[in-house]
Design a protein around this ligand. Structure first.
Ligand SMILES: Cc1cc2nc3c(=O)[nH]c(=O)nc-3n(C[C@H](O)[C@H](O)[C@H](O)COP(=O)(O)O)c2cc1C
Length: 481
């Protein structure tokens, strides 16, 4: 059975599991953004569905915090049970490779119609302001209808369809700005149309099953369609309908789809908008503009929002989980033994502060692990700090990790530096880089017990696991032990 990527099935499941809260009356103008941002920082927070947004018909809704908990992320990834961080990373290991290898077996299936066609607005009547696009933060350059979105485009000289998550700012009733960074697949396709002097057809999916933007927001190989990749995860193809103007395929259960063209040379100032690392990296800049010429939407449509902000933010948890699994696989592929856990911390945007725990087997093992973790393909872009800890430390627990750094490393002997590594102009520290070529450096901190003193290193002063379990059993009902 093809899968329409209907968001509402997932919402029903989350409601039943008490993982979704409906909030009525919050304003699109900053209030809803601030609530979401504060919510995501609380342990055990729910997803939020905003309804009765002032100035909009009841039922025109905004959904946030979809992927930001182990329970919700497990369900979105169709894991058979709920996993906590470490188990979720273990479950994911090897899966991206497997999904890629099976993607060709799951081309999307075209269906006649679907809920997304409940309302079809033609060019003369398009008004993007009919939807409650949030102004997420005080410093933003405008309202963003697209954050947890999926932008569908087609290659100029092949039939490759790409689906990528790129932010979408509302300019006016019929125009949006689309920020596709250089090197992203949508941008590569767009450049081919620019060179040919032809309009670039685009469909933007604003709201669907969160698996949609989870996958369009990660690096799927060049030339592969994300609809196929999602099909491989679901074990069934995605049901698509085709845009009437562009012929581009989008899920038949999508909430809102904007269809139109980027005409050659059409740019306007876009931004500023925050980045995944928590900074406004650039001010407003000229960015391509899409003329929206048709809108499709379901009755009572839902915008899926996933704005960047200082982490932990709306999507930093999902990035941490996905990247940690990829890094774990990369360490093993490079021949590093004894890896017990990997965690790409949210505070570093899942790139800039990464920790691995190992069971030390030989002298040099910890450095080998740290250097590979710093320089393997998945990690090279915008890395900064890598820490290697022993297997009694939970790599996802910052307090434990920093305790190990403070007590098991000596700054002079245990921090290696790499200079002239791969930098980025998207790095907040790039303002201070001396080189034009955007190099940056790396620190690899070996916070494992020194291998030649593993047997005479001072023992840890804490109750044994066995004693803790006994005490929890007897006293846990009185204290939160
Ligand atoms: C919520 C979210 C927002 C994103 N915003 C942008 C953006 O504005 N521009 C961009 O180039 N990449 C953005 N990304 C990263 C891309 O989605 C990601 O690199 C993806 O792999 C791009 O698809 P592509 O590989 O098909 O080009 C965002 C990712 C997420 C999850």
């Amino acid at each position: 059975m093809p899968n329409s990527l209907d968001l509402r099935n997932w919402l029903d499941a989350m409601k039943q599991a008490e993982n979704l809260k409906v909030l009525r009356g919050a304003d699109w103008n900053l209030e809803l953004g601030a609530i979401s941002e504060m919510n995501v920082k609380q342990a055990g927070h729910p997803a939020l569905l905003f309804d009765e947004i002032p100035g909009y018909p009841d039922g025109h809704r905004v959904l946030t915090c979809t992927t930001s908990s182990p329970y919700r992320l497990s369900s979105i990834l169709r894991a058979t049970q709920t996993y906590q961080h470490r188990e979720l990373v273990q479950w994911l290991r090897g899966k991206p490779k497997e999904w890629q290898s099976r993607a060709a077996n799951f081309p999307p299936v075209a269906v006649e119609t679907g809920p997304v066609f409940e309302n079809v607005v033609d060019k003369e009547h398009v008004n993007i302001l009919d939807f409650p696009s949030p102004l997420w933060h005080e410093g933003d350059g405008g309202r963003y209808i697209g954050t947890g979105c999926a932008v569908v485009t087609r290659d100029y000289d092949s039939d490759w369809v790409n689906v990528g998550t790129y932010r979408v700012m509302v300019h006016d009733e019929t125009h949006v700005g689309l920020d596709m960074v250089s090197g992203k697949h949508g941008q590569i396709q767009y450049q081919k149309y620019v060179q040919a002097g032809e309009p670039f057809p685009v469909c933007i999916v604003i709201g669907a099953d969160p698996l949609c933007y989870l996958i369009s927001g990660i690096e799927v190989p060049y030339g592969m369609c994300e609809w196929n990749y999602i099909g491989a995860i679901l074990d069934e193809p995605v049901a698509v309908v085709h845009g009437e103007l562009t012929g581009l395929p989008f899920p038949s259960g999508a909430e809102i789809v904007l269809e139109g063209f980027i005409y050659p040379g059409d740019t306007r100032m876009e931004g500023p908008f925050g980045e995944f690392h928590g900074y406004y990296q650039a001010g407003a800049k000229p960015t391509s503009v899409m003329s929206v010429e048709r809108v499709y939407y379901r009755n009572q449509p839902i915008i899926v929002g996933s704005p960047p902000a200082k982490p932990p933010n709306d999507y930093s948890y999902s990035k941490a989980v996905m990247r940690s699994a990829l890094l774990f696989d990369a360490l093993l592929a490079a021949g590093v033994p004894g890896v017990e856990g990997v965690w790409a911390h949210e505070i570093g945007g899942a790139r800039m502060f990464t920790v691995a725990s190992i069971k030390q087997r030989y002298a040099g093992h910890a450095r080998q692990c740290g250097h590979v973790l710093s320089q393997c393909g998945v990690a090279a872009y915008m890395g900064r700090y890598v820490v290697v800890v022993d297997d009694d430390i939970d790599p996802a627990n910052l307090e434990e990790v920093m305790w190990a750094v403070a007590t098991r490393s000596d700054p002079v002997y245990d921090i290696d530096f790499i200079q002239n590594a791969m930098g980025s102009k998207n790095d907040p520290m790039s303002v201070a880089y001396k080189s034009k070529a955007m190099f940056s450096s790396r620190a690899i901190i070996d916070a494992c017990r020194p291998f030649d003193h593993i047997d005479d290193f001072p023992p840890v002063a804490q109750a044994s696991q066995k004693l803790q379990e006994e005490v929890r059993e007897r006293w846990g009902h009185l204290l939160k032990l």
